[in-house]
Design a protein around this ligand. Structure first.
Ligand code: THU
Length: 128
C-alpha cells in the first residue's frame, strides 16, 4: 500500500516521491503521500499525512508504519522519516513497540523501533 501511494505523491519541486502506510491497533491501514507546495514550507510528509488522516478519523493507537520513497517515485534506498515526523509518532506511539518499516520493495526492507530512531524523545509523558 505504501508503494501504491507513490503514485499519489505531489512533488513537483523536489521530484522526490514518498508513500506511507500506517497500521492502527484496530487493523485499519491509513495511507499517505507527500504533498508539496509552491511556498515550500506548507509541504507535508507522507508519514504525517497518514497520521493526520488516522487521528482525524478518530484513531490514535498504532502498531507500525511502512515508508517508501525515491527520486521520480523509484525507490533505490531507504527513506527514513524526518525529525518532525518522528516527533509526531512520539505523540501517539509507544517508542519501544512502534515499528518503522523502511522499504525499497516488497521483499527488501528493514524494521526499526521508534525508540531506535528517536532515542530520548520528548513525549506526552514529559508533560505529565
Ligand atoms: N519527505 C517525506 O514525505 N517523508 C520523509 O520522511 C522525508 C521527506 C518528503 C518531503 C518533500 O516533499 C520531499 O520528501 C523531499 O524532502
Amino acid at each position: 500500500m505504501a508503494i501504491r501511494q507513490l503514485g499519489h505523491s505531489y512533488a513537483p519541486y523536489s521530484h522526490f516521491h514518498v508513500g506511507a502506510a500506517l497500521l492502527a491497533q484496530n487493523g485499519e491501514i491509513y495511507t499517505g503521500c507527500n504533498i508539496e507546495n509552491a511556498a515550500y514550507t506548507p509541504t507535508i510528509c507522507a508519514e504525517r499525512t497518514a497520521f493526520f488522516k488516522a487521528v482525524s478519523a478518530g484513531t490514535r493507537e498504532f502498531r507500525a508504519i511502512c515508508i517508501v520513497g525515491g527520486k521520480d517515485g523509484v525507490p533505490t534506498e531507504y527513506t527514513p522519516p524526518c525529525g518532525v515526523c518522528r516527533q509526531v509518532m512520539m505523540e501517539f506511539c509507544r517508542p519501544e513497540e512502534f515499528q518503522i518499516i523502511l522499504a525499497v520493495s516488497r521483499d527488501q526492507y528493514e524494521v526499526f523501533s521508534l525508540k531506535e530512531l528517536l532515542p530520548l524523545g520528548f513525549g506526552p509523558g514529559n508533560l505529565a
